[in-house]
Design a protein around this ligand. Structure first.
Ligand code: XLS
Ligand code: CA
Ligand code: CA
Length: 437
């Protein structure tokens, strides 16, 4: 059965191409800064947005009728799995990612739900073997079902906590079975609506304990994926505990979990937290905690998580700049946690959207590599901080200065002179690289 009739493998045709079903910048085997684009970018297709979502929004019904929607129940799940591998291989993406509930329907009991999962996981295992497509990460959906109304790892109901733990256990087993490179925890309902009814300390202790049990169980079954926490400040809850990179790292350190986790950072979540994406990546990177990226972009005129496909080239350049400076993304990747707009409801739009995102990231990678090769920003930063290389600055940097020695210096050093930060000029230079590369 073919689900994407009339579409063949997407090829790289280069800059001049007008073919909407071809890459203009993403050339998987092209070497940039010592590695192929494919190795740098490690793209992944997000199962939920691409194969499960139907365009529903808080005001309207689904608009996207896919040709696998002629089935129901487990047959629908099977058809989706089949369609997903056709899509991923035609697009030429090496990875995919999913939540447990994206791939198989819930049954009447947890046992039945797990049996449904077993059927699809078995199919996927075979598809993965046949195509070479790999699992970037899997995760558990502990936010859609009404049982998680008060949270999962931070619920006020111990029975729900037990259910969540069982769900995590099964999901870890699936990750092991499919050889997931990473394993994600995103706490969609791990937060609160009002402090008036919330025991924050108990909730955080319980969440940490859930993570601890997951680490122990992964070790027990020999599942060696990199564990990732994905920060998001709000939506659906008013305040989510994993607010941003810095808050999440503080939580991990408080509970002694920092050596077992890295961060999965998402562009749109950064903007919801009032940060740029590059800020979040830099915070993780300087702490050795950069794990993986969820690539998308928000809409500055809308205050929610719109999960648009990334197209802003300055943004993809600055993102890839941070990734290259980090020494790459390691076992992580660039996962398109992005959805086509509700009005882009034809199946072809799924290809157009991914091609747009992949080209935007490929271009960003090329420009970032050139900026680094020419040491454009490195020279700016080195020269800006050069006062810490010599004299009193060198003493400060070495940690040998004291309040007394600095006072003595300040007494005889006047007037103090500052120099321009040259922000506008630097931004213009980045634009020049974007236009010429
Ligand atoms: C939602 C999150 C979610 C995670 C995985 O905003 O981005 O999709 O990536 O649970
Ligand atoms: Ca995400
Ligand atoms: Ca999101």
């Amino acid at each position: 059965m073919t689900y994407f009739e009339g579409i063949s493998t997407i090829a790289y045709e280069g800059r001049g191409s007008k073919n909407p079903l071809a890459f203009k910048h993403y050339n998987p085997k092209e070497v940039v800064a010592g590695k192929t684009m494919e190795e740098h970018l490690r793209f992944a297709v997000a199962y939920w947005h691409t194969f499960t979502a139907n365009g529903t929004d808080p005001f309207g019904a689904g608009t996207m009728v896919r040709n696998w929607d002629r089935y129901t129940g487990l047959d629908l799940a099977k058809a989706r799995a089949e369609a997903s591998f056709e899509f991923i291989t035609k697009l030429g993406v090496p990875f995919f990612a999913f939540h447990d509930r994206d791939i198989a329907p819930e049954g009447a009991t947890l046992q039945e739900t797990n049996k449904n999962l077993d059927v699809i996981v078995e199919m996927m295992k075979q598809f993965m073997k046949d195509t070479g497509v790999k699992l970037l990460w899997n995760t558990q959906n502990m936010f859609t079902n009404p049982r998680f109304v008060h949270g999962a790892g931070t619920t006020s109901n111990a029975d729900v906590y037990a259910y969540a733990a069982a769900q995590v256990k099964k999901s870890l087993e699936i990750g092991k079975e499919l050889g997931a490179e990473n394993y994600v925890f995103w706490g969609g309902r791990e937060g609160y609506e009002t402090l008036l009814n919330t025991n924050m300390k108990l909730e955080l202790d319980n969440l940490a304990h859930l993570y601890r049990m997951a680490i122990d169980y992964a070790q027990e079954i020999g599942f060696d994926a990199q564990f990732l926490i994905e920060p998001k400040p709000k939506e659906p809850t008013k305040h989510q505990y994993d607010f941003d990179a810095a808050t999440t790292m503080n939580f991990l350190r408080t509970y002694g979990l920092q050596d077992h986790f890295k961060l999965n950072l998402e562009a749109n979540h950064a903007t919801l937290a009032g940060h740029t994406f590059e800020h979040e990546i830099r915070v993780a990177s300087i702490n050795g905690m950069l794990g993986s990226l969820d690539a998308n972009q928000g809409d500055m005129l809308l205050g929610w998580d719109t999960d648009e496909f990334p197209q802003d080239l300055t943004q993809t350049t600055l993102t890839m700049y941070e990734v290259l400076k980090n020494g790459g993304i390691g076992r992580g990747g660039v996962n398109f946690d992005a959805k086509v707009r509700r009005a882009s409801f034809e199946q072809e739009d799924l290809f157009f959207a991914h091609i747009a995102g992949m080209d935007a990231y490929a271009k960003g990678l090329k420009v970032a590599a050139k900026l680094i090769e020419d040491r454009v920003l490195e020279e700016v930063v080195e020269s800006r901080y050069r006062s810490f290389q010599v004299g009193i600055g060198a003493e400060i940097a070495a940690g040998t200065a004291t309040l007394k020695s600095l006072e003595a210096y300040a007494y005889q050093n006047h007037p103090i002179r500052n120099v321009s930060g040259r922000q506008e000029r630097i931004k213009a230079v980045v634009n020049e690289y974007l236009l010429s590369e």
